[in-house]
Design a protein around this ligand. Structure first.
Ligand code: MN
Length: 233
């Protein structure tokens, strides 16, 4: 038995629908600008670019129902509702028609973004990490096992703040489908069991403040509720 010199970090994990079991998270990959209307609202041409990726730390996950403290160093915390897929099997160079064989399940998540920091970094050609990969930045609904999933290629995706719908789209609007972008991702990185992929957000992103409650979902897959709390002291 290896003895560690400090207590090993707790395993990050997300809930599983209808079960007390949890899915252990290894890494979180995120697809940038994967809906045309959102690419346009961010001031970019949606048609020209191949998919690109960024990451969040595994322990950024937060269960649905758990409040997220308003993060430090931002005046512009944004929500982004996203379909999330979870890998049960890893692989390199996964062909598109084998991607679904690697999935354990799917859920809905929120790619919380410090938009002011992200845009400042983008404009200066710096990494996006401080805008995207902060503590509590990845609230996740409960995972639905693959065998119980409806299509990942069509279905309503939506988000509301305090009950008012802010984002509404359909999975059929994904510029790069799950099969396509997971296959492409696996050419750059050896994917592994426990990896999550956040698949991009539809248009309508915007700010939240302490006291707001975000709700959202993907039809037939999962729903999420994330209250925004006061900043940590
Ligand atoms: Mn996103």
């Amino acid at each position: 038995m290896t003895e560690y010199v400090i207590v090993p970090p707790a395993q990050a994990a997300v809930a599983v629908l209808g079960s007390s079991d949890r899915f252990p998270v290894r890494r979180i990959f995120c697809v940038g600008r994967n809906y045309a209307a959102h690419a346009r609202e961010m001031g970019k041409d949606p048609e020209r670019e191949p998919p690109f990726f960024f990451t969040k730390p595994a322990d950024a996950v937060v269960d649905s129902g758990v409040a997220v403290p308003y993060p430090p160093e931002t005046e512009n915390l944004h929500y982004e509702i996203e379909l999330v897929v979870a890998l049960g099997q890893g692989g390199r160079n996964i062909p598109q028609d084998e991607v679904y064989d690697h999935l354990w399940g799917a859920t809905v998540g929120i790619d919380l973004t410090r938009r002011d920091l992200q845009l400042a970094a983008r404009d200066k050609g710096r990494p996006w990490d401080w805008g995207k990969a902060f503590d509590h930045s990845a609230p996740m609904g409960p995972l639905r096992p693959f065998a119980e999933l409806p299509s990942l290629e069509t279905g309503r995706i939506w988000l509301a703040v305090n009950g008012a719908v802010k984002q509404e789209g359909d999975l059929s609007e994904l510029i790069w489908s799950v099969k396509e972008h997971v296959s492409i991702l696996s050419r750059s990185i050896a994917l592994a069991p426990g990896d999550l992929v956040m698949t991009g957000t539809p248009a309508g992103v915007g700010p939240v403040r302490p006291g707001d409650v975000i709700t959202g979902g993907v039809a037939g897959i999962a729903e999420i509720e994330t209250p925004i709390g006061e900043p940590l002291m």
